[in-house]
Design a protein around this ligand. Structure first.
Ligand code: ZN
Length: 259
């Protein structure tokens, strides 16, 4: 499946459950959302290479706090959305298509809901998606700034990507998300199977990520708000019949916040 040109993506764990995604391309190394510069500096020292650039998805500090020290260490561009006030050298907007060394064509997707300026980077030629906190495996980001309407739009944008898309979220939340997903769809066999796999990986302290879209469409309740099983579970929780889509999503998100 991998050609020589396919970037090699490696998780650099930091803080309690964050991953800084390291993208090794034939033309240089990049990182996504470096909340902690030391982790990246140590990794580049081991590789004996500078960093070619940084991609930022949204303004939260656990995604941005390492920018200043990395810019000081390496002369390189930092791409990000306008909601990030400091450290960005190349401001980008939704629907921009960037051509980045070694990554080819990178499409900037609007995934604003967790925060209002949140973007995702889709490496079109390689079917790789760096989605920050917009989507997690078996879950999605909390609505800190956006509304359920925003969340519904984001879920439909992400659902429309090719099913083979490999997805790189920023947090290791999968096991907890699966517990919630199992409460919604206890009879989902793919979910049961995935729960076993994730439990085995986490027992060995291995990352559960990346994930891929085909799997998420089968197990992630936030991508399944049109499925009758998911609508029924949300309706029971709400104590009234809900419409598929946005209404169901709003209830799922509020339920997950207190689960
Ligand atoms: Zn965040």
């Amino acid at each position: 499946m991998s050609s020589p040109q396919t970037p090699i993506v490696t998780p650099l764990p930091c803080f309690l459950d964050n991953y800084i995604w390291h993208i090794e391309t034939s033309q240089g190394d990049w990182v996504v959302d470096p909340g902690d510069a030391q982790v990246v500096l140590a990794y580049q020292a081991k590789r004996g290479k500078p960093l070619a650039g940084v991609l930022i998805t949204h303004h939260h500090l656990d995604h941005t706090a390492g920018i200043a020290a990395l810019v000081e260490a390496f002369a390189m561009p930092v791409y990000g959305p306008s909601e990030v006030r400091e450290g960005i050298s190349n401001y980008i907007k939704v629907d921009d298509v960037l051509t980045l060394d070694g990554m080819g064509s990178v499409q900037v997707l609007d995934v604003a809901a967790h925060t209002l300026g949140h973007i995702a980077y889709y490496l079109k030629g390689h079917d790789l998606l760096f989605c920050g906190d917009s989507l997690f495996s078996a879950g999605c980001g909390r609505l800190f700034e956006g509304t359920p309407t925003d969340l519904a739009r984001v879920m439909s944008t992400l659902s429309a990507l090719p099913a083979v898309t490999v997805i790189f979220p920023t947090h290791e939340y999968t096991a907890a998300n699966i517990r919630f997903a199992e409460a919604i769809e206890p009879d989902n066999n793919e979910l049961k199977h995935y729960a076993h796999k994730v439990a085995a990986w986490r027992a060995k302290n291995q990352p559960s990520l990346p994930t891929h879209l085909a799997l998420e469409l089968a197990i992630n309740p936030f991508l399944r708000s049109h499925e009758s099983t998911v609508v029924a579970a949300a309706s029971t929780y709400a104590g009234k019949p809900l419409q598929p889509g946005e209404q169901t999503l709003a209830t799922l998100r509020a339920w997950k916040d207190v689960f």
